[in-house]
Design a protein around this ligand. Structure first.
Ligand SMILES: *Cc1c(COP(=O)(O)O)cnc(C)c1O
Length: 362
């Protein structure tokens, strides 16, 4: 069997090795129960504790006040693109979208099926290389909410500030940078994040919603698409992704052992700087996709002199134990996803490989 590789995949993505080891050790008999967590009733007291532990871990790490509900929903962030307007965009109001990449563009299109939307910013014309200065945007007076994506996973652009929309509820897709840095929870009305980037496996999405927004949900929505059912029934209107919720709890434990989000942010900054330094000192052999001020600390996107060399780079990197570097199928190029679980040694190995590859091919 091969040793574990450095996995730069964008998602599903690397999970901290100690988390996988703990899950392995508990796989056949979870806490002495004689069964796996996957075989256990979601209505058991034991599973209720597992769910509470995951929610408490998120609440502590993100410093979420009590007036936020933490929900675990299936269907991925993509389902949230539909649920958010269904629950929070009443007829006669508008949703403002700040579109800085492929995911934000999808979210705006989906929301447009349920109501009126306006693009307060749209970076598509410039190929999604930049984020706007949030202080310079203006929003619709009747906006029900303003939605943006803190980190665009495909394009590799990230906001380095948090939006203050002057009282309009802010909805943020944090799928690929949640728990990578501290946040000011009071700036948000709703935060959502698929677990498979930074906090666990695919199949479970964390939705953090401010209490007062729940009161806006209209009657008559399909049962599983109504946030109120998840609030009323403790994230269990039906059988949840028990395994995914369990792993989120373990990832939170691991993150706390690392020192929490303040410590991980410093580490994440250091990791990204190593790769951007190689790009910037390569005299044009490597070209970064994003403008400097908009560069993502999570997804480092770049190109080599041709698509053919991009491909050779990825093949040789894989042979060297550096996996998952191909850019998204829609944009090509190379993408190194360096979420919390990517150790500094993995980033250093990639930087060495990049320097070596350049000297052999430059
Ligand atoms: C991955 C991702 C999504 C979509 O995730 P699915 O699980 O495929 O629905 C949405 N938004 C962002 C920012 C992402 O990174």
């Amino acid at each position: 069997m091969r040793d574990r590789v450095f996995n730069f995949s964008a998602g599903p993505a690397a999970i901290p090795t100690p988390v996988l080891e703990k899950a392995r050790d508990e796989l056949l008999s979870f806490e002495g129960s004689g069964m796996s967590i996957m075989e256990m009733s979601h209505r058991s007291a034991r599973f209720e504790e597992v769910l509470a532990k995951a929610a408490d871990g998120l609440r502590e790490l993100l410093a979420l006040p009590e007036h936020f509900h933490i929900l675990f929903i299936q269907g991925g962030p993509t389902l949230q693109f539909s649920m958010i307007p269904m629950n929070l965009l009443p007829p006669g109001q508008v949703a403002d979208h700040i579109v800085t990449g492929a995911w934000g563009a999808k979210a705006a299109i989906e929301a447009g099926k349920f109501g009126t939307i306006r693009r307060a910013f749209d970076g598509s014309a410039s190929g999604f290389t930049t984020v706007p200065d949030l202080g310079e945007l203006s929003f619709s007076p009747t906006a029900a909410f303003v939605q943006y994506t803190s980190n665009e996973t495909i394009d590799g652009v990230q906001f380095h500030e948090e939006l203050d929309a002057g009282g309009i509820p802010v909805v943020c897709d944090m799928s690929s940078d949640i728990l990578s840095r501290p946040i000011d929870a009071d700036k948000y009305g709703l935060i959502f994040a698929g677990a498979q980037k930074n906090i666990g496996p695919s199949g479970v999405t964390v939705v953090i919603i401010r209490e007062d927004l729940i009161e806006r949900v209209p009657d008559g929505l399909p049962y599983l698409l109504d946030y109120r059912e998840y609030v009323r029934q403790g994230s269990m209107p039906n059988t949840p992704n028990t395994w995914g919720i369990y792993l989120i709890g373990l990832v939170c434990d691991w993150l706390r052992e690392q020192g929490g989000v303040d410590v991980i942010e410093v580490r994440n900054r250091r990791k990204a700087a190593i790769l951007y330094d190689v790009i910037d000192s390569s005299e044009g052999f490597y070209t970064g996709h994003a403008d400097r001020g908009s560069r993502s600390l999570m997804n480092v996107t770049f190109r080599l002199p041709s698509a053919e060399i991009d491909e050779r780079f990825c093949i040789e990197a894989e042979a060297a134990g550096l996996d998952g570097l191909r850019g998204h199928r829609s944009v090509g190029g190379v993408r190194a996803s360096i979420y919390n679980a990517m150790p500094e040694s993995g980033v250093a190995a990639l930087a060495d490989f990049m320097s070596d590859f350049m000297h052999r091919n430059g």
